[in-house]
Write a protein that binds this ligand. Structure first.
Ligand SMILES: Cc1cc2nc3c(=O)[nH]c(=O)nc-3n(C[C@H](O)[C@H](O)[C@H](O)COP(=O)(O)OP(=O)(O)OC[C@H]3O[C@@H](n4cnc5c(N)ncnc54)[C@H](O)[C@@H]3O)c2cc1C
Length: 179
């Protein structure tokens, strides 16, 4: 039995894994994606202040541009505001986050269900079941497991913003767009 199973190896799951790695907890991280960071599923914007507070510096190769202005575009209206932001190469950032915990990561594993027992939790996956004392659900916008456990409503909302999916649009790389 594991001490902890982390479901989801995006930024949240990987940060949890890095923290657990500083302890003697026996843990694994599961993700449906075949490789950490790929395919890119969401945005590449990250707040500068928080980033520097957490990682101490920002001269990493995956930090691409510093963004000077955000523009909120909604229903034909626009509003600009200023908040220091970086555009990052998100797959490279996630690979970098994963480095110290790579041996704990199992990719290509879809978690289908979580069964909470009295003294342990069973994680049901397409590649077999895993027993653990604790689960961290870090599945990002996919709330299926949370819904099954009654942890969220039936229609949780996510506001999508700037991201790789907008590649090909003529965007000013010094501005940050919420669309
Ligand atoms: C289009 C779009 C653009 C966005 N742009 C930004 C932005 O610019 N800046 C920003 O800060 N945020 C943005 N977001 C929000 C973004 O989702 C989060 O900031 C960030 O990705 C959250 O990290 P996370 O680790 O919580 O989730 P994710 O990065 O989504 O990681 C979740 C991981 O869980 C895995 N997973 C999910 N379900 C299962 C399962 N059942 N079994 C196994 N693995 C599973 C997924 O494969 C994925 O790797 C955007 C979201 C979208 C949809």
């Amino acid at each position: 039995m594991y001490d902890v199973i982390i479901i989801g190896c995006g930024q949240a799951g990987l940060m949890a894994a890095r923290e657990l790695n500083k302890t003697d907890a026996d843990f694994i991280c599961l993700d449906i994606r075949k490789r950490v960071g790929e395919p890119l599923q969401c945005g590449e914007g990250i707040g500068k202040r928080d980033f520097v507070e957490i990682f101490g510096r920002f001269d990493y190769p995956f930090v691409l541009n510093e963004i000077s202005e955000h523009r909120l575009i909604y229903n034909g209206k626009q509003r600009g505001f200023y908040e220091p932001y970086f555009q990052i190469d998100k797959p490279a950032f996630e690979r970098w986050l994963a480095k110290p915990v790579m041996s704990r990561i199992r990719c290509g594993v879809l978690c289908k269900d979580i069964i909470v027992n009295n003294d342990c939790v069973d994680v049901i996956t397409a590649k077999g079941d895993f027993r653990t004392k604790l689960v961290i659900i870090a599945t990002g916008p996919n709330h299926n497991l949370q819904k099954k456990l009654g942890l969220t409503g039936s229609n949780p909302r996510l506001v999508a913003c700037y991201g790789g999916i907008y590649n090909g649009f003529k965007l000013d790389e010094k501005k940050f767009y919420f669309i």
